[in-house]
Design a protein around this ligand. Structure first.
Ligand code: BES
Ligand code: MN
Ligand code: ZN
Length: 501
């Protein structure tokens, strides 16, 4: 889909589908009212009407998209309306859409256009990689999306916003594709190769450590988790140096760009290991690399947008299997940091591989350390599919995520990390144990991570509840159950808005 920006009026458009967002109880204009039976369409959220003007207007089809009350408009309403319009275009197999949507008064023209592009691109996402003969309506591609702006709007700003929206949507699609790829196809080795391809294409450097290198350096956590699998682990380092020309002061040299480290959990399949999971829904555990996918997607976005920050992505990739050499309950392992872990449940593997990655991040002296992980089933119990669980050690950093969550619709919700929770992770025979009991499962997992964070400002995002939806809660998650690519838009927003503390 190629998006363009132009000036209205929308009713002069000739696209195969002209989609117009209408707020509740506002008039769609006289020519359209003449086509409607009074009361059939009021502009309520999720309401839709498809009209065939038959010469009464230049357009062949007009789609009215209900936006709800104007006072309730948010960027997410815009994203969802664009998604619905694009889904209709896909269903009708039309190649070009013209789209005009009202945006909240408080947002910039650029963000409005960005939201429209994101909604249209993400709402029509499909994963068809392994279907030999997909249905024609599934393969149909929309060629052009013409965003039609009102006369007083800044077209250049809208163009910039649309371009950012394209880049961000591509990052989310990358993350979704990775989450959808089954464990036999997306192994840690393959994830490393994909990272190298993306780095080569986007112009940032990528290093991948294999078993030998990990042994030399002492990645005891990542190695222990991978031991039960025939697939060797990988530690993947993505290093985007930052575009110093983008900064207000062009003479500022690269050395002084702040460094942000993004750490991703990359368990390409989680059987639970020796503490094996029940059979029901175990296939979902191919998504246990959703954090790694979000990190890769974000690195692609920040490099395409040439952000003036150094962003380092660190991914611990392994397969958690109960093979003959698997790590066992009761084992004590020594992590990269030197801290020892008493393994009481091999299914609490994410925190163990993250321990090494978080400690490795110290060498970059990051201004902020952010990890993204499908870490605990307990976060779904706490928040359902509607928020990312957030824990950390730095309120100003956490506040940025709350703000970015509101702006992107990828909302985060804080949980406490008091000293008492850290107590729950102390072992009698090692420095830490890897489970803390049934209570406060998401928090004790984060308390474990905190032991490897050092003094760096840190936020932990538990995306286990949001990486996948049984019933999509937003139109841009598609019409059926599936993966969300969660994290990319949130992280991209925080990084685009970055200012030093
Ligand atoms: N990958 C899982 C968490 C998960 C659960 C992700 C459901 C997505 C959906 C993680 O490795 C895990 O197994 N966590 C255990 C921790 C427990 C053993 C303390 C869990 O949540 O049950
Ligand atoms: Mn597990
Ligand atoms: Zn896991």
């Amino acid at each position: 889909m190629k998006s363009t920006i132009q000036q209205g009026p929308i009713l002069n458009e000739t696209a195969s589908l002209v989609a117009i967002g209408i707020c509740e109880n506002e008039s769609p204009g006289a020519p359209i009212e003449a086509l409607l039976e009074a009361g059939d369409f009021c502009g309520k959220a999720r309401e839709m009407a498809l009209l065939y003007p038959r010469g009464a207007l230049p357009a062949r089809r007009v789609l009215l998209v209900g936006m709800g009350k104007r006072s309730d408009l948010t960027l997410d309403t815009v994203r969802q309306a664009a998604a619905r319009a694009a889904q209709e275009a896909q269903r009708l197999k039309v190649a070009d859409i013209a789209l005009a949507l009202p945006v909240p008064e408080t947002v910039s023209t650029a963000s409005g256009a960005q939201a429209m592009v994101e909604g249209a691109e993400l709402g029509t996402y499909r994963y068809l990689e392994y279907q030999s003969s997909p249905k024609p309506e599934e393969t149909h591609q929309i060629e052009t999306l013409r965003i039609v702006m009102e006369a007083n709007q800044d077209l250049e700003a809208a163009r910039r916003g649309a371009a950012a929206g394209e880049a961000i949507a591509r990052g989310v699609v990358l993350a979704r594709d990775l989450c959808n790829t089954p464990g036999n196809h997306l192994t840690p080795t393959r994830l490393g190769e994909i990272a190298q391809d993306i780095g080569a294409r986007c112009g940032f450097s990528v290093a991948v450590f294999g078993r030998e290198e990990l042994e030399q350096q002492g990645f005891g956590g990542l190695l222990a988790v991978s031991r039960g699998s025939a697939e060797p682990p990988r530690f993947i380092i993505l290093d985007y140096p930052g575009d110093s020309c983008q900064k207000d002061k062009p003479d500022r040299d690269q050395e002084t760009l702040p460094t942000i480290c993004l750490v991703g959990k990359g368990i390409t399949f989680d059987t639970g290991g020796i503490s094996i999971k029940p059979a029901a829904n175990m296939d979902d555990m191919k998504m246990d690399m959703g954090g790694a996918a979000a990190v890769l997607g974000t690195l692609q976005v920040v490099s395409e947008l040439r952000l003036p920050l150094r962003v380092v992505g660190l991914i611990s990739a392994a397969e958690n299997m109960p093979g003959a050499s698997a790590y066992k309950p009761g084992d004590i392992i020594t992590t990269l940091s030197g801290k020892t872990i008493e393994v009481l449940n091999t299914d609490a593997e994410g925190r163990i591989v993250l321990a090494d990655a978080l400690f490795y991040a110290h060498r970059y002296h990051p201004r902020a350390l952010i990890d993204v992980a499908t870490l605990t089933g307990a976060i779904t119990i706490a928040l359902g599919p509607h928020a990312i669980g957030m824990m950390g050690n730095h309120q100003p950093l956490a506040d940025r995520f709350i703000q970015a969550g509101e702006a992107t619709g990828e909302r985060v919700w804080p949980l406490p990390l008091w000293e008492e929770y850290r107590e729950m992770m102390k072992s009698e025979i090692a420095d830490l144990k890897n489970i803390g009991g049934r209570e406060a499962g998401s928090i004790t997992a984060a308390a474990f991570l905190l032991a490897f964070v050092g003094d760096y400002p840190w936020v932990h995002l538990d995306i286990a509840g949001t990486v996948w939806m049984e019933k999509p809660s937003r139109m841009y998650y598609g019409k059926t159950k599936g993966v969300t690519g969660v994290g990319v838009r949130l992280l991209a927003q925080v990084l685009r808005d970055w200012t030093d503390f």
